[in-house]
Design a protein around this ligand. Structure first.
Ligand code: COA
Length: 695
């Protein structure tokens, strides 16, 4: 008998238990084991079959690692058919997460029972495919079009209680899946309950599926899978079951061949790989009981909010009692949001603001802290002053972290007597919302301090990426380059509005100029002033239109005017009429004759600039692997997930053609477009960025 599906006969019930850790994914051996188990149950005269999972979950889906490889039978749809067509009563007992193919196995069973904490869903669209083993054919028969449309096109997980209400489950019982499943199967045998194949239930009457398809496609901003899944539900309503199954398989195969599927699966595995670093193997993190935050501005308050929400106790230091009260107000405001969305109860709100949060003005309050995050003004002298004080007060072994977004952590660490304890923890604003955390490792940072950074990120529900020290680390350094590329395209003839539109069509949630308006144009202005003061490379092009916009008091959304005019509300986004004349004056002053850019060229240049800088970041070891860059851009910069990240995108485009473009643009601007040595090397060796991920 199969090792991953064990067989046992208890009275009239054949018990098939999955044992394929960690998540009982439905790989080949599991599929074969299920078919063998059903056959044996029939041969041995069982009256019912119980299917359940050992360990943490029922089947969590198809084995994603098999995707893209030549398929080997028995295929999952056939396994489901075999289960459903068995003359015995088949019961699935669910716990953990019954996802994708897992839920499809349950839908092919005749009865479904779950523990109260079980969650289920059809998340295939989130990895660029759709249910392919009857999910789109059985679910609408069971729960109707509207509800299955929601479950299938969102890919969301449904809790047991909701699933019972929806009609996915027959019963919820607390206990072990094996015990509740056995009791339910016996109950069904005793009641002489009939087999109940979902495929034999009537399908819902068809609706206007073209309109549904268009609406879902639009909502997905370029994501194909949910819209294609609508066609599967359509097949359920318009075709006999067997033909619907065939149609579902065709649609599934279409999606399997898309770049979007590759991109989304890359993202799935990349976000799980970011925390797996050889330097952390076997290294235990330090304690994380008492956390200090210095500075209660937007950033500090956001970090404190996020930490409080993850159950950590926080001591927040501000300069005066008044500033401390203001910080508390900001944190309470953030937590109000969580309260309104039902994420916390009024009691928890009270507990977090009144008990878990301590405010202080004296650094002495940090003497017992395990980890302190500084989030004060972004200025080296201010940071050095804070770290000198922390060095004097904090207990030995405390981790001292800076939330700087570009300053040199080595220089900050050097003012302390314990540089091994110093690290960068770069949160993204608003810190209680944004999932990305860059863990910036300085020259002398100890391995267990890095591990502590990852442990904190994990506790706070962040996606943590290791970065090395340089101006802007991984994300902001790459951002600065592709933003510059966009600014140059404006000088040469594109408009901010065309650029935003082209990149939004590419899949970014917002174009770079809409983002700049949201973040505040004063940020970029300060950076340009700093860079000019430090002395810019004479070969770098410069421009003034953006400064003039700021000089006129237009800082973006917060002043009601930036690249766009927001007088009719933050979403109105009407181009600000002052912008184009400023740009035209700048072009004229620099003797530039504007030319026409196609949307395609805008995307190509913007992406090439991003990839080229990313290749430098990887080549210099600032990011350890290409996937670290991909995850950074996905979680911190609104990069479209279905494109996998910039370096996965580059691989799929083909690196030689990309390098050719960069080299040709370098003829006009050799400084900006200097090709990354790593990109040249990969092209010369005929390798891809993903090859480096696998090394
Ligand atoms: N196929 C292959 N491997 C899978 C998998 C799948 N369907 N689902 C999870 N895994 C692997 C993960 O890569 C991870 O491997 P690692 O330990 O080597 O990194 C391990 O199982 C644990 O997964 P992880 O996500 O870290 O655990 P979790 O408890 O946070 O979440 C799930 C568990 C099942 C909710 C989550 O992994 C998930 O959503 N999986 C995808 C489910 C899915 O899309 N199924 C439909 C496929 S058609």
């Amino acid at each position: 008998m199969s090792e991953v599906i064990s067989y046992e006969k208890i009275g009239d019930i054949a018990v098939l238990a999955a044992n394929n850790p960690p998540v009982n994914a439905l790989g080949l051996a599991v599929r074969q084991g299920l078919v063998d188990g059903i056959e044996r149950a029939e041969k041995e005269g069982a009256r019912a079959v119980l299917i359940y999972g050992e360990g943490r979950t029922f089947f969590a889906g198809a084995d994603i690692r098999e995707f893209g490889k030549p398929p080997v039978g028995p295929f999952l749809p056939d396994v489901c058919s075999r289960i459903e067509s068995s003359p015995l009563i088949v019961v699935s007992a669910l716990h953990g997460t019954a996802l994708g193919g897992g839920l499809e196995i349950a839908l092919a069973s005749h009865y479904r029972i779950a523990v109260p904490k079980a969650r289920m869903g059809l998340p295939e669209v989130l990895i660029g495919v759709m249910p392919g083993a009857g999910g789109t054919q059985r679910l609408p028969r069971l729960i109707g079009i509207d509800k299955s449309l929601d479950v299938i096109t969102s890919g969301r997980q449904v809790g047991a209680k909701e699933a019972l209400k929806l009609g996915i489950l027959d019963k919820i019982v607390d206990g072990e899946p094996r015990e509740i499943g056995l009791a339910y199967a016996q109950e069904l045998i005793d009641a002489n309950a009939p087999r109940r194949p979902v495929s034999e239930m009537p399908a819902p009457a068809p609706v206007d599926f073209d309109a549904l398809y268009d609406a879902v496609l639009k909502k997905g901003r370029g994501l194909l899978a949910p819209a294609v899944a609508v066609r599967g539900i359509q097949a359920c309503c318009e075709l006999p079951f067997d033909e619907g199954m065939k149609r579902e398989r065709e649609l599934f195969a279409q999606l399997m061949n898309t770049d979007q599927r590759q991109g989304l699966i890359h993202a799935f595995f990349a976000e799980r790989a970011v925390g797996k670093l050889p330097e952390l193997e076997g290294v235990a993190p330090r304690a994380l009981n008492a956390i200090g935050v210095i500075g209660g501005g937007t950033m500090g308050a956001g970090i404190a909010t996020s930490a409080l929400l993850s159950g950590l106790k926080i001591t927040l230091i501000e300069m005066s009692p008044k500033a401390a009260e203001a910080a508390k107000g900001r944190i309470a405001g953030n937590l109000q949001g969580a309260l309104k969305r039902g994420k916390i109860s009024p009691e928890t709100f009270e507990e977090l603001t009144e008990k878990a949060l301590t405010l202080a003005t004296d650094y002495a309050a940090l003497k017992d802290a395990d980890l302190v995050i500084e989030a004060v003004f972004e200025e080296m002298s201010v940071k050095k002053d804070v770290f000198t004080k922390l060095d004097a007060i904090c207990k030995p072994g405390a981790v001292l972290a800076s939330n700087t977004s570009y300053l040199d952590i080595n220089e900050i660490a050097a003012v302390t007597s314990r540089p091994a304890d110093v690290i960068g923890l770069h949160f993204f604003s608003p810190a209680h919302v944004m999932k990305l955390l860059e863990i910036v490792v300085a020259d002398k940072t100890a391995a267990d301090v890095v591990a502590t950074g990852f442990a904190l990120g994990g506790k706070m529900g962040k996606v943590s990426v290791r970065a090395g020290v340089c101006d802007g680390f991984i994300g902001n350094r790459i951002l600065s380059t592709y933003r510059t590329c966009a600014d140059y395209m404006i000088l040469d003839g594109a408009s901010p509005y065309q650029i935003d539109k082209a990149l939004e069509e590419f899949g970014f949630a917002m174009g770079p100029y809409a983002v700049a308006d949201l973040a505040g144009l004063d940020i970029g202005w300060a950076v340009r002033k700093r860079k000019r003061a430090e002395g810019m490379n004479p070969q770098a092009r410069d421009f003034t239109y953006a400064d003039k916009l700021c000089e006129d008091g237009h800082f973006g959304q917060k002043t009601g005017m930036g690249y766009y005019d927001y007088s009719a509300g933050p979403k109105s986004r009407v181009p600000n009429p002052e912008v184009m004349p400023l740009i035209e004056a700048d072009r004229a002053a620099q003797g530039i004759t504007p030319r026409v850019f196609t949307d395609e060229e805008i995307v190509r240049r913007y992406m090439a600039a991003m990839v080229n800088e990313a290749a430098k970041v990887v080549g210099e070891g600032i990011a350890k692997r290409p996937l670290d860059v991909d995850v950074t851009l996905l979680y911190g910069y609104g990069f479209p997930r279905y494109r996998g990240g910039p370096l996965k995108w580059a691989d799929m485009q083909g690196l030689p053609a990309l390098l050719d473009d960069i080299t040709s643009w370098a003829e006009a601007d050799g400084y900006f477009w200097a090709p990354a040595p790593l990109l040249e090397q990969l092209v010369a060796e005929g390798r891809s960025f993903d090859d480096l991920n696998r090394d």
